[in-house]
Design a protein around this ligand. Structure first.
Ligand SMILES: NC(=O)C1=CN([C@@H]2O[C@H](COP(=O)(O)OP(=O)(O)OC[C@H]3O[C@@H](n4cnc5c(N)ncnc54)[C@H](O)[C@@H]3O)[C@@H](O)[C@H]2O)C=CC1
Ligand SMILES: CC(C)=CCC[C@@H](C)[C@H]1CC[C@H]2C3=C(CC[C@]12C)[C@@]1(C)CCC(=O)C[C@@H]1CC3
Length: 356
């Protein structure tokens, strides 16, 4: 794999000291977090996980169970740690405004304070490319696009605040350096959202339709590429590097038609590909109406529609991003192609195959 190495990257010391290889992954029990933990261990880091739940055990990895809003709990987990990855967040599907505000905004302030107090030198945040998405087309979006004025949901609204907090906390004088990674459409083995939601919809006969003309391009990013981007950012984060206090898109650099991706996944798992077209405007209006009805009737019935306005917008518009800045500053290149990522993902879900 050919990688262009930035000039300031070459100048870093060849041997990374042991203390700088002690890191903590906040949210390390989650989908992305666990892949990150495994790769960090492979690369010789000593890793601690801080998470509200423990979802697995891994020899050599220390688990600290706690809420990231609890500064004391964080402080004991961050003792002697020089590098922190913050990839914890409530699931977007919960759409719980108070929870997002508590964890993504107040909790992130607590993470920053705890890092500074514990003497952590580097903080890498998992943000999201959706911080600039308002439900209308984004083609090859760069990092200098303004934050969404009307974010598509509470999750995205709080991800914007979270990213601002972390990037503004970058302080070279104090020796506290921060950077944000903005992934988009992460998929791969053990993903609890994309494939399970899609298969559930297919099993209920809801994956027969293509919303719009089916030509909208989207980024789906294999989880190992997202992990690679995080580790490159951490290793490039030095006082003299241009990456301090900046956000970086990390994608597969292979935008694909949303419905081609869905079809490849579905067919790989033994389900039929969607075939019938429905007009985007019609489906969006119906989803909006349904969402309004469920909101009005929420004291009487708890019903979670498959077609939410947010999902319809994601399924029917272009939203793909340039990762040119990451290539330039981090020497980033995807390490797993989309084709290979899809094949490995399909293989990893035998229990979700048609007829299983
Ligand atoms: N999955 C995707 O497609 C994308 C994800 N992201 C971001 O990537 C990060 C990781 O996402 P996933 O791995 O998909 O989610 P996930 O839900 O699998 O993992 C999140 C982890 O955070 C933990 N957590 C939640 N609240 C906590 C709290 N109060 N204290 C401590 N831990 C807490 C959860 O227990 C979970 O293990 C998130 O920040 C998300 O916003 C960004 C773009 C796309
Ligand atoms: C690129 C990106 C941000 C992906 C995020 C993943 C989810 C938004 C998708 C996971 C499963 C998808 C899905 C639909 C929309 C987008 C997802 C939620 C539909 C609701 C689209 C309309 C349908 O016909 C059913 C789909 C079910 C699965």
């Amino acid at each position: 794999l050919h990688q262009t190495v930035p000039f300031w990257f070459i100048s870093r010391p060849v041997s990374v000291s042991q203390s700088s290889k002690r890191c903590a992954v906040i949210g390390g029990s989650g989908f992305l977090g666990r892949h990150l933990v495994e790769k960090l261990q492979d690369r010789g880091y000593s890793v601690s996980v801080f998470d509200i739940r423990q979802s697995y055990e891994l020899p050599g990895v220390t688990f600290h169970q706690g809420d990231l809003c609890d500064e004391q709990a964080l402080l004991s987990a961050l003792k002697d740690v020089s590098l922190v990855f913050h990839c914890a967040s409530p699931a977007p599907a919960s759409n719980d405004r108070a929870l997002f505000e508590r964890v993504n905004i107040q909790g992130t302030k607590t993470v920053i304070e705890a890092c500074i107090q514990a003497g952590v030198q580097k903080l890498v945040l998992t943000s999201s490319a959706s911080v600039v998405f308002e439900g209308t087309d984004i083609k090859n979006g760069r990092e200098d696009l303004p934050y969404a004025k009307k974010p598509i949901d509470y999750y995205t609204q709080t991800k914007i605040q979270q990213e601002k907090l972390v990037l503004e906390a970058c302080d070279k004088q104090k020796g506290f350096l921060t950077v944000a990674i903005r992934p988009h459409g992460i998929f791969g083995p053990r993903d609890p959202q994309l494939v399970p939601i899609m298969v559930d919809a297919a099993r209920r006969g809801k994956m027969k339709f293509i919303i719009g003309d089916g030509t909208n391009l989207v980024d789906f990013t294999f989880v190992e590429n997202v992990v690679h981007g995080h580790i490159l950012a951490a290793e490039c984060l030095r006082p003299d590097s241009p990456i301090c206090g900046k956000p970086y898109h990390i994608t597969n650099d292979e935008p694909i038609r949303f419905w081609d991706f869905m079809s490849e996944m579905l067919v790989g798992l033994g389900y039929a590909a969607p075939r019938f077209h429905l007009p985007y405007g019609l489906v969006y209006s119906l989803a909006l109406l349904l969402w309004l009805l469920t909101w009005i009737l929420r004291p009487l019935l708890s019903f979670k529609p498959t077609f939410t306005p947010m999902r319809v917008a994601l399924a029917g518009t272009h939203h793909y991003y340039s990762c040119e800045r990451a290539k330039q500053d981090l020497g980033y290149r995807p390490v797993v192609s989309l084709k290979e990522g899809i094949a490995r993902t399909v293989q990893s879900y035998p229990h979700l195959r048609h007829g299983a």
